[in-house]
Design a binder for this molecule. Sequence first.
Ligand code: ZN
Length: 256
Amino acid sequence: MADFEVVPLRAFSDNYIWTIRDAGHAAVVDPGDAAPVIDYLAREKLTLVAILNTHHHADHVGGNAALLARTRVPVFGPHDDRIPEVTERLADGQRFMLPHFNIEMETLEIPGHTRSHIAFHGGGMLFCGDTLFAAGCGRLFEGTPRQMHDSLTRLARLPDDTRVYCGHEYTLANIKFARAAEPGNGRLLELEQQAQALRAQDQPTLPSTIAQEKATNPFLRVTEPAIIDSASARAAKKLFDPVSVLAEIRDWKNNF
Ligand SMILES: [Zn+2]
């Protein structure tokens, strides 16, 4: 595998612009703001080679135009006119080589947070925008609980050691909710202590892994009896199917 590292650039209050870089080049995922990217490229003397967009929200694409005004690079993103800068529109299953890095990326359509949300999977990495967070999932702005469930189920089938690069630093708040939804899950306590230690040093809690998410994320654990029980208790009726459980805990989290 090519020699590269993945660096988080901070934007706004809690966004991460994930930057794949080597000694001279960089590709950025979801540059909601151009300024931190421009600063980083200048400081590290890197040439931008590509932009990847997971979904149309401004805090993920707002920096596209200013970056492109400086360097013309391909922009990989979903079929959605709300991101006019996209030059390579990708459908589910479509593969492409990340310019310069020779990492083959596969496109996964994962609607739920928005209707055209995609993820990029390749090189042992998953860039999943606002669909899957550490111990949580995105709000359902344009999609249904069933779509989110199907999308998360697909992501959960990726290899356990896949590194999961999410769009926001939401981990501690998500763990707090996850502990309420599944009080008996000891892994959550462990994870909370790790995450608290990292945040105390102002370090990111990401990337996560698929294995970690399957063990701790209530939205991936909707078939676990403990999650079904707490969702049913909140709904005040017995919930039987995973989609209803997900809908209930998503609503619970919205009001948590
Ligand atoms: Zn979003």
